[in-house]
Design a protein around this ligand. Structure first.
Ligand code: ADP
Ligand code: MG
Length: 590
């Protein structure tokens, strides 16, 4: 084919793909336009995950009648005029691309009445081609209606996930806009039901209560900092006792723009270092105010990535502000865990609220521990001889298998010391048991025999809208893992049974964590893995549990029988090996 300039409509469709990847990106662009127009109330209605309908109504300054048509033109913007304006952006939009991009892939109606004008007007375009325009009786402000998005781009449509998943993404986008603008009242109505409403009174904590729940929001700590050079940070962060299995509850806003920045996430995790168990993540909502000239938002089509001119200054501002609050709130564990990164910190694990008690063993009754190790009471304790016996040949058809180990004892109520043909092993009892439970849970799910622990009385669990959607989308998987119950009203669930053998999490917390994981899951395989890992984690023996010799032997036998005995489901090592040769060398015997 000879080179030629693309037909404008084709070019528009291609460009549209970069800005509006999915319905949620259209919602984001339209709501940002409303914010740029100074709106204080923004209502977003969607049908079928936005695929059928997206309507964004605002009470902003509106668009003058004469400009309406122009607003649908590419690179038409009222927000910047010259290149140097890019150096200090004060608005969310600046490229003049969103409206034409959305219009190129949908049927779009733009209705607006500018402040102070007598009458409004509308324009309608299909596939980017203007079809109709005229006068409209409407209140001051703007309404953008987008119908049948992507129906003229089948390739794009194919890549979208279920309606429920798209609805979930829209929910997430709106929640983040509300967190970014606590002074604006955001209302989201999905399939005719209100799924989110922020008060719009300027109080960030009250928005957090809508995104999570009242108790979580009340428990969060206020953080703020200022480096005296024009950079400041403000927001709410969870105390060490509240945490999640993933980073989905860590949000950063830079000059009111929701950004995804690995550097900022790292600054946060640095602040929590030693206060949270590995693999657990805090809830964080931080607003950074930086000199606009130090932030480049013009890096990526969706503007979610930004470039910081002074990365180091921003990193330490965040890290210090958070660390200060956290340290004031809870003493740092006295063991120098940070100096020994290979070892898990000696602080208590998930769902505990008391860090800072190194080596304080939680004495458990032997029965409880036995139970957790999966020793059925009827099976009786293993016979002394049997415990030491090598596993049956054929019982370990594994490339990665462990040699038969002999348990010598327990250190720090946390590590099992064992001996094998090639030296000495230190086994992290929690990580090892997690691995065992992880494979057990997966097996049970595969055999459709989840281990369920019925609750004596059904427990109502309050769910966030994102959790409601995750539950809806993944209900079969939730059931397959042993959660039993039924929806109970709009935003709660009546829990009747949970996966068996829970040790450290309440049933509600387990469900809540499971739904958070599912809300983030991208495919069923990873979703199932994450669920199995979470259940395994909460049913495994803990660091600090005193174990009897028999319990340790049973655990080591079970570990020998797993597919991947060397790592826990999160990828951390289950054991350290001191080889016989290494010991000989260290002791100068060689
Ligand atoms: P950008 O936001 O980058 O300027 P858009 O394509 O999103 O580009 O919008 C084009 C122009 O249309 C904006 O610059 C603004 O003048 C006008 N506009 C769009 N939406 C609204 C709205 N909700 N209220 C007022 N003006 C709007
Ligand atoms: Mg815009």
């Amino acid at each position: 084919m000879p080179i030629r300039i693309l037909d404008p409509q084709v070019a528009a469709k291609i460009a549209a793909g970069e800005v509006v990847e999915r319905p949620a990106s259209a919602v984001k662009e339209l709501a940002e336009n409303a914010l740029d127009a100074g709106a204080t109330r923004i209502t977003i209605e969607t049908q079928a995950g936005g695929l059928q309908l997206i309507r964004v109504t605002d009470d902003g300054q509106g668009i003058p009648v004469l400009d309406l048509e122009l607003a649908l033109e590419r690179h038409a913007t009222s927000k910047i005029a010259r290149e140097t304006d890019l150096d200090a952006l004060a608005t969310l939009g600046f490229r003049g691309e969103a409206l034409p991009s959305v219009a190129a892939v949908s049927r779009l109606t733009l209705t607006s009445r500018a402040r102070g004008e007598e009458q409004g007007a509308y324009v309608r375009a299909t596939g980017g081609v203007l079809e109709r325009k005229g006068a409209a009786g409407c209140p001051e402000g703007t309404v953008v209606t987008v119908q049948d998005i992507f129906t003229n781009v089948p390739a794009r449509r194919k890549f979208l996930r279920s309606e429920a998943a798209e609805a979930g993404r829209i929910h997430r986008v709106v929640a983040h806009l509300a967190l970014a603008y606590p002074g604006v009242r955001f209302q989201l109505i999905q399939n005719g039901k209100e799924t989110f409403l922020s008060p719009g009174d300027g109080d960030l904590r009250r928005v957090l209560a809508q995104v999570y729940d009242d108790a979580t929001a009340d428990g969060m700590l206020e953080a703020q900092g200022d480096d005296g050079e024009g950079r400041s940070v403000y927001g709410y962060i969870s105390p060490p006792g509240i945490h999640r299995a993933n980073r989905s509850a860590i949000s950063h806003f830079v000059n009111r723009r929701w950004v995804l920045s690995p550097m900022l996430v790292q600054a946060v995790e640095e602040a929590y270092r030693g206060l949270l168990m590995e693999g657990r993540h805090p809830l964080v909502c931080l607003h950074l105010e930086l000199p606009p000239a130090e932030v480049d938002a013009n890096v990526h089509p969706t503007k979610q990535e930004v470039r910081f001119q002074k990365e180091g200054a921003v990193f330490s501002l965040v890290q210090r502000a958070l660390r200060g609050v956290l340290v004031a709130q809870s003493p740092v564990p006295s063991v120098a865990a940070a100096a020994l990164p290979a070892l898990p910190p000696f602080i208590s694990g998930p769902f505990s609220t008391q860090p800072g008690q190194p080596f304080a063993p939680r004495v458990q009754s032997g029965r409880q521990v036995e139970f957790a190790l999966g020793l059925a009471p009827t099976q009786g304790p293993p016979q002394p001889g049997q415990a030491e016996a090598a596993p049956q040949p054929g019982a370990m058809p594994l490339p990665d298998a462990l040699p038969a180990l002999r348990v010598l004892g327990q250190a720090g109520a946390t590590y099992i010391i064992a001996e094998g043909p090639q030296g000495v092993y230190l086994i992290d009892q929690h990580a090892a048991h997690e691995r065992v439970r992880y494979e057990q849970v997966q097996r049970q799910v595969k055999e459709r025999q989840p281990d369920v622990q019925g609750l004596l009385e059904p427990l109502p669990v309050e769910l966030s809208p994102a959790q409601v959607q995750a539950l809806d989308e993944w209900k079969d998987m939730v059931a397959a893992f042993g959660f039993q119950g039924e929806p109970f009203g709009e935003r709660s669930y009546l829990l009747r049974g949970v996966p068996g053998d829970l040790r450290d999490a309440g049933p509600q917390a387990l469900l809540s964590e499971a739904l958070d994981l599912l809300a983030r899951a991208v495919d069923p395989v990873r979703a199932a893995d994450a669920l199995a890992a979470s259940i395994a984690c909460h049913s495994a023996v803990r660091a600090g549990d005193l174990l009897s010799h028999q319990e340790m032997t049973t655990l080591v036998r079970q570990l020998e029988g797993t597919q991947s005995p060397h790592t826990c489901p999160h990828g951390r090592p289950t054991m350290l090996h001191l080889s016989a040769t290494h010991l000989e060398r260290e002791f100068g015997r060689r």
